[in-house]
Design a protein around this ligand. Sequence first.
Ligand SMILES: [Zn+2]
Length: 579
Amino acid sequence: MAFPESFIEELKERNDIVDVVGSYVPLTKKSGGSLFGLCPFHNEKTPSFSVNQGMQIYHCFGCGKGGGVVNFIMEIENLSYPDAVRFLAKRAGMEVPEDTYDPRRGRRERMLQLNREAARFFRAQLLAPTGAAGQAYVQKRGIVKMVNPFGLGYAPDSWQALTDAMTAKGYTHEELVDAGLSRVGKSGGLYDYFRNRLMFPVIDVRGNVIGFSGRILGDGEPKYLNSPDTLVYSKSRSLFALNLAKKSKSGYILLAEGNIDVVSLHQAGFDSAVASLGTSLTPDQARLMANYTTRVVIAYDADAAGQKAAQRAIGILQPLDLKINVVKIPGAKDPDEFIQANGPDKFRQLIERSGNQTEYRLEETAAQFDLKTDDGRLNYLRAAAKLIASLPGSVEREIYGMRAAEKANVSRDAFMLEVEKVRRQNTSAARKKREREAAAPLRSAQPADRSLRYQNVPSAVAEEGVLNLLCRFPEQFRNLPLGKEDFTSPALGGLFEAVYAQARAGSGFSVAALEQSFPPEQMALLTGILQRDEISAAAAEQAMGDYIKKIRAEKDKTAPGDDLRAYAEKLKRTKGYGS
Ligand SMILES: [Zn+2]
């Protein structure tokens, strides 16, 4: 199902990671065999991006990205794994054994292929005379230049056009319905789901077309029609245009309300704009953003609904330690209208000035009360004091306290007294929170990708140690009293299994073989682990023993005793419990 191992090994040998990365990023030599440069995946002024020639891996200490040479090409060229392999093969003048990698295998692959074909079809329609309505709309919105990067298209005003075209390419009715492109009519025949719409393909971060969103041209409902969730598309876990935004150098992700807003923002030069489609922001989408940025700027519509949605989004983004800004759009209903009227530079200023979260929340609080009445002012002060009392820094409290006092027209001292009162009430709660944090000193040991978070950190740290030693000294550890099932972290266990198989086969550690089987986030987790201080081969044996002991100890601590577990297993088998 994959490329043959020998081909992948040759590909790796003929594409040294230093040469390949070096053609994108100027690298300087540093001690210890690693090279350093400015990370191409996030905005930075001092290098935190490293390339290790010995292991043929790269890793960024800033944004946490990492992997082998194929991962690097996937990331920087925005390609799927097979396409990145083809890219590197071409670079090295190698022939790709195409027939051994059949992307049509598996329903998932097949659906992605169908989506890609459909996107091509819609695009061709937009450029053809039949697409006049689509072209006119694109012209009117001033987004002609965005047709290519977004792969925009046009679904003809027809019941059959796409269904016929895809059937002619060999896709079955079942496949078309499963992909959400066609529906079954009353007579049992198929009809096109998207008709007379400007089509926005939803493309994931690996470059796959996973779904579509269509905007009606002319009258008709609904205004936007989105693909249903399918085998390859989950609305709540995808963000429109993240495939483009992840390459932005702006240092933030701009969260807009809908796909047309996003396209207009990109057209105006804001290349980090994304949107959730057909759903309000979900925790999964927030985590997705957190993988690519540390700052999110919310640019929702200026109306009450938009501002309410912004408040909701803040609540979802907050637990992820992201810096959150909200753009207030004066005198326009949405970012696009503002940019049309005032130009992109003025909007850029709005982003730069976008009050931090505290300022924004203070304003929102003020808007809830009538500050012309004594009652209103008093209630505002109470609410504002509560907000300000929660700020960690005394300077911060001082600054915002001053602003809030000014707004309500009371003395700063009177207001700060109120803040202190709230703080005293909070002290006991705050102390408990500090204690909780102190009890978990290893929080920073968590993987950058939050979907890989460890359940048992002490054990996971030892598991990482095992993996690190195994990758460095595969010839020393061909017989370990340890299996995948001993790992509390499934991500680490999966990596262990693959690296251990390499060690047992005596082939040595090869990152190239892993890239084929593991997603980029998991590869980045591995390259992060391999940045640990190097350990001598002599000390490795002892260290490995210690790690295994730790894993066992943690297991005994958390799992029921072996007898009990065995008993439970037996129960399950004999009585069918839990199956
Ligand atoms: Zn980086």
